[in-house]
Design a protein around this ligand. Structure first.
Ligand code: SAM
Length: 276
């Protein structure tokens, strides 16, 4: 745990942040009391015995499988937007384990990510990190560090993992994804994971999604559990890779992966699209 007095001056420890709340869900140590209060509130709203790390760990495992898939498809450079605080199995570690030439640009708008990512990444010439806001996608594509690091003539792995549900409807998450995809060449891939409202098919999970949406909106300003159709639409005219947009654990599980259909299994989905 970071002691309050050691927090870098640009970090406001009194206001919870998405990156630090997520870090606490993952069992990390880079969070503060305000962040832990949000997690405590979510736990209170969930059924007894619910394990708060379930969805976050599902999401990280999905991300790792998707990155390995992209490397198998020939992708060697990644733009990881909304990358979050460094954790176990960061994108560059997963990608470079699959192919040593892989390069990763980490992008996040939370200053705490920059501080921690710099400390971790300083040792790795195949990675860099910038602070930028996905709501201004052109600025990310035009950023000189990004342009220096990524060869836009070659396929790019665009990672929007666990971020678009933190974008409000009127901020146009679909348009953001479209703009980013327009900036990368054919053979590039878009990876999205997103909170989902499973609707009447899973009424109990839908009710739990609504509770979490209320807490996220009140405490973090945004957290949208969108419908399957809305999430699929973020892929635009990309070719959706099998099995499509599905609960995270169902996206190309690896041998020996056990499916654990926990209380909110259907409320977090992921998928991968390929630019033709
Ligand atoms: N991608 C990682 C993963 O899936 O494990 C981290 C996901 S975390 C839930 C969402 C991240 O998106 C946070 O680090 C947060 O700071 C970042 N984020 C939220 N809104 C953003 C924005 N408008 N621009 C850039 N990053 C943003």
């Amino acid at each position: 745990m970071i002691e309050r007095e050691h927090a870098p001056p640009e970090i406001n420890t009194n206001v919870p942040s998405v990156a630090r709340v997520y870090d606490h869900f993952l069992g990390g140590k880079d969070n503060y009391a305000a962040d832990r209060e949000v997690v405590a509130e979510v736990i209170k709203a969930m059924p007894p015995g619910w394990r708060p790390s379930t969805s976050a760990l599902d999401n990280r495992a999905f991300l790792r499988r998707a990155v390995r898939y992209l490397v198998r498809e020939g992708v060697r450079q990644f733009l990881d937007i909304g990358s979050g605080l460094p954790t176990q199995g960061n994108v560059h570690q997963v990608a470079q384990a699959a192919h040593p030439d892989c390069r990763v640009v980490y992008v996040d708008n939370d200053p705490i990510v920059l501080v921690h990512a710099r400390a971790l990444l300083a040792r790795d010439p195949g990675t860099t990190v910038i602070t930028a806001d996905v709501r201004r996608p052109s600025e990310i594509l035009d950023d000189p560090v990004v342009r220096d690091f990524i060869d836009f003539e070659r396929p790019v792995g665009l990672l929007l993992v666990g971020i678009l549900h933190h974008i409000l409807d009127h901020e146009d998450p679909r348009g953001i994804a479209r703009r980013l995809v327009a900036g990368v060449p054919p053979g590039s891939h878009l990876v999205i994971s997103h909170f989902r409202d499973p609707g009447p098919e899973h009424p109990e999970e839908s009710a739990l999604a609504a509770r979490r949406e209320r807490i996220f909106t009140e405490r973090l300003g945004v957290g949208r559990w969108r419908t399957q159709e809305e999430i699929v639409s973020f892929f635009g005219d990309l070719e959706l890779v099998e099995p499509g947009v599905v609960p995270l654990q169902e996206w190309r599980p690896e041998p020996f992966d056990l499916i654990d259909k926990h209380e909110i299994y259907h409320t977090f989905v992921g998928g991968v699209g390929r630019k033709r």
